[in-house]
Write a protein that binds this ligand. Structure first.
Ligand SMILES: [Zn+2]
Length: 121
């Protein structure tokens, strides 16, 4: 929740009692002025800068492990022609080709036969 929303909610918070709804709070003698003040502030601020209500976008931070996996994958696609062919068939091939590729992966075909892996060893 952003700071502004938290502030509005804090402004309306009843002290020493509770309300089940905003309607109840607005009818309560003690809370009515608070609700009114919060509503006025809310309307004023939102009218002036509607972006205060915008949710902050979470920034994606890849972990070190993910970065390494990505680097490895890029390198492999670049240099391992057999693996590149496998990806092409897996994504663009016919259903039959896709199934064949899936079988090959499951049997460890690319682990055993990749030139790239051999180069790494
Ligand atoms: Zn109240």
């Amino acid at each position: 929740m952003n700071k502004f929303k938290a502030q509005i909610i804090a402004m309306m918070r009843p002290v020493g009692h509770k309300h089940l709804s905003m309607t109840d709070a607005a009818l309560c003698k003690e809370c009515q002025p608070k609700v009114q003040a919060a509503k006025e502030l809310y309307d004023k601020v939102v009218r002036k800068n509607p972006e205060v209500l915008a949710r902050a976008k979470p920034t994606f931070k890849p972990t070190e492990e993910l970065k390494e996996m990505w680097d490895n994958l890029q390198e492999r696609v670049k240099y391992d022609t057999m693996y590149r062919k496998h990806l092409e068939l897996s994504f663009k091939g016919t259903i039959d080709q896709q199934n064949k590729e899936a079988d090959k992966v499951n049997k460890g075909f690319y682990e055993k036969n990749s030139e790239w892996t051999k180069k790494q060893l």
